[in-house]
Design a protein around this ligand. Structure first.
Ligand code: NAP
Length: 312
């Protein structure tokens, strides 16, 4: 495989400052030592975009990896795009700024490049991230609207604590709703997307509005049906000398989205950064010949995260 510049693609933010590297590393890693090691490896390999969340309960480990990388001269703060996310139990406007400040302390940063509302579902406000009633049902919060939480995020941009804001785990309707009332529009919308869930309609809307679609689970989270074993993907991989993962990730960038992928294995972290431009016929085949439609993460329906182990 020959290297090209695809891996260094940066998408300028129309509704925020700077540009987001299209190739992103996600830090949804349950073990803290693994988080620290994998994040450091990702930075060494060349990833310049990290995705975090207070809900992952490992921002300290990411912060340690960042600190080590800065100290070692691997990169400087300005080279890096860091996103973190406001959790569902912090949607009340008065909880928003303290939540970001706590994330910043854990990450050892003065600002994040992007702050996302993790899901559009407000849970009972408080420090319990997974509030449940006696029947085990999630306790939602009807006392705050998404628009009110959004306004509180806009104030964080004014304060300089984040350079852009966005939404995650949303449907197209919710994005439209916020775009219609926003003073500062979403710069980024993060949703599950891979060849089995291309979200073309959302991508088109985002493109029209100058919003970056950031695809999570870009490899389908290694779940079955496994997109990495798809016949169309493996045939393209064979003839382009790429791995199936590289085909999926290259496709994500070439169609205009940014992506997040995660691995704790150094070889795969390197592989996932090392993407190359696909020929046009491969792009067409992925769009037209793959008919499977699979959503792996049901978070979009309930606000309850599908890939995060419950740790009480
Ligand atoms: N907004 C949200 O609600 C939300 C939800 C989910 C995820 N996210 C974000 O998106 C990031 C990525 O999501 P994800 O973890 O589902 O991504 P993913 O890259 O689709 O799936 C990761 C899984 O694929 C495996 N894998 C990674 N690279 C591979 C390769 N080259 N070949 C074969 N298998 C490979 C990993 O296993 P190994 O570790 O064993 O390599 C891991 O099990 C998360 O870390 C998080 O930051 C956001």
């Amino acid at each position: 495989m020959t290297s090209d510049s695809l891996r260094n693609t940066r998408i300028p933010l129309a509704h925020g400052s700077g540009a987001i590297p299209a190739v992103g590393f996600g830090t949804l890693i349950p073990d803290l030592a693994d988080t620290r090691r994998a994040t450091k490896t990702a930075l060494e390999v060349g990833f310049r975009h990290l995705d975090c969340a207070e809900r992952y309960r490992n921002e300290e480990a990411v912060g340690e990896a960042l600190h080590e990388a800065f100290e070692a001269g691997i990169l400087q703060r300005d080279d890096l795009f860091v996103t973190t996310k406001l959790w569902n139990s912090n949607h009340r406007p008065e909880r928003v700024k303290p939540a970001l400040q706590a994330s910043l302390r854990r990450l050892q940063l003065d600002y994040v490049d992007c702050y996302l509302i993790h899901t559009p579902f407000a849970f009972q406000p408080g420090d319990e991230q997974d509030p449940r009633d006696e029947n085990g049902q999630v306790i939602y919060d009807n006392g705050v609207t998404l628009a009110e939480t959004w306004q509180a995020l806009e104030a964080l941009v004014d304060d300089g604590l984040c350079r852009s804001i966005g939404l995650s785990d949303v449907t197209l309707d919710k994005v439209r709703e916020i775009v219609a009332v926003a003073r500062i529009k979403p710069a980024v919308v993060q949703v599950e997307s891979h060849p089995y869930l291309p979200e073309w309609e959302l991508l088109d809307f985002c493109r029209e509005q100058g919003i970056v679609l950031l695809a999570f689970a870009a490899l389908g989270h290694s779940l079955d049906p496994n997109v990495l074993e798809d016949k169309v993907i493996t045939a393209i991989a064979a003839r382009t000398n790429m791995t199936p993962a590289q085909v999926c990730l290259s496709w994500a960038v070439q169609r205009g989205s940014a992506f997040l992928t995660t691995s704790t294995k150094p070889q795969r972290i390197r592989e996932n950064f090392d993407i190359s431009t696909l020929p046009d016929d491969a792009m067409r085949e992925i769009r037209n010949d793959i008919t499977a439609n699979v959503r792996f993460n049901a978070v979009v329906d309930s606000g309850v995260p599908g890939f995060i182990p419950r740790r009480e």
